[in-house]
Design a protein around this ligand. Structure first.
Ligand code: BES
Ligand code: ZN
Ligand code: ZN
Length: 501
C-alpha cells in the first residue's frame, strides 16, 4: 500500500483530512499563531490541555485530539519539535515518520500537514515538503509480501498544505525528490528484508533489471562462465559451495556521456546468504545473514533515485552476487584463488567472503578505467564492536575523497566515522604461500577487511563503507522501521549529487 502525496495551498485548518499534523516548538506552545486559531475554534479547549502540561514542544512529544467539528480535520496531531534553533532535516524526517505512524495507528486514512508550522531558522518550507514526502515512504514502510492478511490501517493520501509564498513548481519538485529518495531507501529495504530462499543472486539480478527497465539505465549480468574468462577467481571461489548460480550485476546510469573521466563506481556486497561456508557460522550468527546483500541492495536502490535526479556524472553500480554456502564443492580454508588482476589470495577463513567478492568487483571497476570507487558492505562484525550501531564505518585511500563521502552522508542524516588504514596493518594479512590471505587475526578486524579490498584499488580514489552494524534495526524509531534500514542509500545518492558537475 503506497501513500499518494500532493501539495496544496491554503488554510490547513480547512483541509478535509482525517488528521492534521501541526508542529510546535519548545516555548511556543501559547504564542504560535496556528495554535491560537485552533484554540479559538475549539472553544479555548487547547488552552486547558496546554495548561495541564499535556501538549508541549518537547521533541517527539505527540498529542492527538479529536476535534468534533471544531475545525475541518477530524483530528489534530501536535508534534513537539524541540528547540527552534536546532530543528534539522534529519530530526524532521524522524518526527514526520513517527507522527505519520501515530496517525495511521489512530485510523487516519488521509493526513494533512501544516507545513509552515515546521519551518525554523535552518529549515525552509521547501525542506519541510521534501522531508515529509520522504518520510511518507520510509516512515510508513512495512514489509508484508509474505503476510496472508495485509494491514488494514493505511494512509492513502497525504496533503502537504503550504503557505501562499511558495511556487507550485518548487514545492512539487521538492515533493518528487523526497518521494524518489524515500522510494530508493524502500527498494533497498525490500531486497534486504526478503527471505533468502526468494532473494537468490538470480532474484537480485532480476530486481536490478527491474530498476534498469524503470529508469532506462543500462544493465549487464555477467554469468559464471564469463566471470571465469575475466579471471574473477575470488568471486567464483565463494560461489562454489552453493547450488545457486552467482551473478555479477552491472548497472549504468550515463549522466555525462561525452566525459568518461567524470565517472564513479558504486559497489555493493551481494551475499544473498552468508552461512560462513565451511567455516560455518553459529546459529545465532547466521540468523540475520539474509541481509548480507544489504550493500548490494543499497547500490541498486540508489541507482533508482540517481536516474530520477539525473546528476551530471556517469554512475556504474556493481553488485557481485552469490551465496556463501558449505556445499560439497565449497572452497576450503587453505585454498588459493586468484582475482581478476592476478593477485593470489589464500583462503584463511571462508567466512571472510565479502572482501573476496568485492576484490573482483574493484578490479572490474578499474578495468573500466574508473578512478572513483565507493563500496558498501556488511563486511565485519568488528565494525559493530568498534562503533556500535550509531554510525557507518568509513575507510579510504584518499582523504579528500573520504571527506566528500562523509560530507555527503552528513547532508542526508547518515553518520559516517572514519577509521585509519595505516600501511603497518598490512602485514597482518601476509600469506606464507600466496600474495595475501583473506584475514588478519583478531585485532582491528574492520580495518583489515577494508584494507584487503583497498589493496585492489591501486591509484583509484576508494572509500569503503562498512554497514554491518547499521543495515539492520531491532526497533521502529523515527525514520527507521524494524528490519532492514536501507543504510547507505541516501549517502550514495547525495554523493552523486555532490560530484555532479
Ligand atoms: N557478513 C559477515 C559480517 C557481519 C557480521 C555482518 C555480523 C553483519 C552482522 C562477514 O562475511 C563475516 O562473516 N565476517 C567475519 C570476518 C572474520 C572471519 C575475519 C566476521 O566479522 O566475523
Ligand atoms: Zn562471512
Ligand atoms: Zn558476509
Amino acid at each position: 500500500m503506497t501513500t499518494d502525496v500532493r501539495v496544496s495551498f491554503g488554510d490547513s485548518l480547512r483541509s478535509a483530512s482525517d488528521c492534521l499534523l501541526i508542529g510546535v516548538f519548545d516555548g511556543e506552545e501559547d504564542m504560535n499563531e496556528l495554535l491560537q486559531a485552533c484554540n479559538r475554534s475549539l472553544n479555548n479547549g487547547l488552552e486547558v490541555i496546554i495548561k495541564a502540561g499535556e501538549l508541549s514542544g518537547n521533541t517527539s512529544n505527540f498529542t492527538l485530539l479529536h476535534t468534533f467539528g471544531g475545525v475541518t480535520p477530524d483530528r489534530l496531531l501536535f508534534c513537539g519539535l524541540g528547540d527552534k534553533e536546532l530543528i534539522s532535516r534529519s530530526l524532521l524526517r524522524d518526527i514526520f515518520s513517527s507522527a505519520l505512524r501515530r496517525a495511521r495507528g489512530a485510523c487516519s486514512g488521509s493526513v494533512s500537514i501544516a507545513a509552515n508550522s515546521f519551518v525554523g531558522p535552518q529549515i525552509t518550507e521547501n525542506d519541510v515538503v521534501e522531508c515529509a514526502a520522504e518520510s511518507s515512504q520510509t516512515g510508513l514502510y512495512r514489509y508484508e509480501r509474505f503476510k496472508s492478511v495485509p494491514s488494514t490501517k493505511n494512509i492513502k493520501l497525504l496533503d502537504l498544505v503550504v503557505s501562499g509564498s511558495a511556487t507550485e513548481k518548487t514545492m512539487n519538485d521538492a515533493m518528487s525528490r523526497g518521494i524518489s529518495v524515500g522510494n530508493s531507501v524502500n527498494i533497498a529495504r525490500d531486497l534486504a528484508n526478503a527471505p533468502p530462499n526468494f532473494m537468490t543472486p538470480t532474484e537480485l539480478s532480476n530486481a536490478a533489471s527491474g530498476v534498469a527497465r524503470e529508469t532506462g539505465a543500462h544493465i549487464e549480468i555477467i554469468e559464471r562462465e564469463e566471470m571465469a574468462k575475466l579471471g574473477m577467481g575470488a568471486l567464483i571461489g565463494v560461489s562454489q559451495g552453493s547450488t545457486e548460480p552467482p551473478k555479477f550485476i552491472v548497472l549504468r546510469y550515463e549522466g555525462d556521456q561525452n566525459n568518461p573521466d567524470n565517472s564513479i563506481a558504486l559497489l555493493g556486497k551481494g551475499i544473498t546468504f552468508d552461512s560462513g561456508g565451511l567455516d560455518l557460522k553459529s546459529a545465532s550468527g547466521m540468523r540475520t545473514m539474509k541481509g548480507d546483500m544489504a550493500g548490494g541492495a543499497a547500490v541498486i536502490g540508489a541507482m533508482k533515485a540517481i536516474s530520477d535526479i539525473r546528476p551530471t556524472l556517469n554512475v556504474v553500480g556493481i553488485v557481485p552476487a552469490t551465496e556463501n554456502m558449505p556445499g560439497g564443492g565449497a572452497q576450503r580454508p587453505g585454498d588459493v584463488v586468484s582475482t581478476m588482476d592476478g593477485t593470489t589470495l589464500e583462503i584463511d577463513n571462508t567466512d571472510a567472503e565479502g572482501r573476496l567478492v568485492l576484490a573482483d568487483a574493484v578490479c572490474y571497476a578499474r578495468s573500466l578505467g574508473i578512478t572513483k570507487i565507493v563500496d558498501v558492505a556488511t563486511l565485519t562484525g568488528a565494525v559493530r564492536a568498534a562503533l556500535g550501531q550509531q554510525c557507518i564505518g568509513a575507510f579510504g585511500n584518499d582523504s579528500s575523497f573520504t571527506e566528500k563521502v562523509i560530507a555527503a552522508g552528513s547532508e542526508v542524516g547518515e553518520r559516517i566515522w572514519e577509521l585509519p588504514t595505516y600501511d603497518e596493518y598490512a602485514n597482518q594479512y601476509d600469506s606464507d604461500i600466496a600474495d595475501i590471505k583473506n584475514t588478519g587475526g583478531a585485532a582491528a578486524g574492520a580495518i583489515i577487511g577494508a584494507m584487503i579490498i583497498g589493496r585492489f584499488a591501486g591509484d583509484a580514489s576508494w572509500v569503503h563503507l562498512d554497514i554491518a552494524a547499521t543495515s539492520l534495526t531491532n526497533v521502529t524509531k523515527g525514520d527507521r522501521v524494524k528490519g532492514a534500514t536501507g543504510s547507505g542509500v541516501r549517502t550514495l545518492i547525495s554523493l552523486c549529487e555532490l560530484l555532479s558537475s
